[in-house]
Ligand binder design. Structure first.
Ligand code: DGL
Length: 262
């Protein structure tokens, strides 16, 4: 048994639905969620910058929280920095990468869509994922940078019409590409899962990695004997904002997810 926290890192709020899934299955686990707002969005950064940012954030988290494991709840950071992080830190690190493999199994038309950040769309890791697991499929890629920004910064106060408007270019693109499945390759998109499903239409299956990643976290903690048997407090840390900004912008997150600001 190990009461040390699992650290979960994203550029913003994207990883919260992943944390929720794990929390609901492992109620005795303790979490520290880090939203690296100072470096948001990750998707427009270079590989080198992202590796540096993630290594610094993880080193800081190790000093401050002594985690027993980490989840990189961000496709962009995972495709770029997972290998570097695993070679620098000795505890288990679980990543989130686009669910291209399950999508390739499920597609009947052999035409799948991938919606993700610019970095993820263009990255060599994604290229290899497609070559390894979906080489028999056409993969239509859409960089959803505006949707990611909207979810992080505007979703809380947004009306239905604004959501429909921000999703329209992606919905049009995937309908025109004639895909039957779309992979949500950015964790932020889960906040608009229902709206994406409605706007993309019945003919498009939406695929995400939340359950697959959650099950992997449970498996790793179980196999390594790292499960906790004592629930303490779950914390939320945001980089780069004043205390007032933290509360005004992210107070709803603390309430909704039962987190304590640190
Ligand atoms: N949630 C991230 C991802 O899964 C965020 C992207 C960003 O910060 O650009 O890729």
């Amino acid at each position: 048994m190990n009461k040390q926290p699992v650290v979960i890192i994203d550029s913003g709020i994207g990883g919260l639905p992943y944390m929720e899934w794990i929390k609901s299955r492992l109620p005795d686990e303790n979490f520290v969620y880090i939203a690296d707002n100072k470096n948001f969005p990750f998707g427009t950064k270079t590989r080198d910058d992202l590796i540096r940012i993630m290594t610094e954030t993880m080193s800081w988290a190790v000093d401050k929280f002594r985690p027993k494991a980490a989840v990189i709840a961000c496709n962009t950071a995972s495709v770029v920095s997972l290998a570097a992080l695993r070679s620098n830190f000795s505890f288990p690190i679980i990543g989130v990468v686009p669910a291209v493999k399950p999508a390739a199994f499920m597609t009947a038309k052999k035409r799948i869509g991938l919606m993700a950040s610019n970095r993820t769309i263009d990255d060599e890791y994604t290229e290899k994922l497609i070559t390894d697991f979906a080489s028999q499929c056409v993969v239509a890629r859409f960089a959803g940078t505006e949707i990611i920004n909207f979810i992080e910064n505007e979703l809380q106060a947004a009306a239905e019409a604004q959501i429909t408007a921000v999703l329209k270019p992606a919905a049009d693109f995937f309908k025109k590409s004639d895909v039957d499945s779309v992979v949500l390759g950015c964790t932020h998109f889960l906040f608009l899962e229902d709206e994406i499903r409605n706007n993309f239409g019945d003919g498009i299956r939406i695929i995400d990695s939340r359950e697959g990643v959650g099950r992997q976290v449970i498996k790793v903690l179980t196999e390594k004997g790292l499960l906790s048997d004592e629930k303490k407090t779950d914390y939320f840390h945001i980089t780069g904002l004043s205390d007032e900004e933290k509360i005004s912008r992210y107070g709803w997150v603390l309430n909704k997810y039962g987190l304590c600001a640190v």
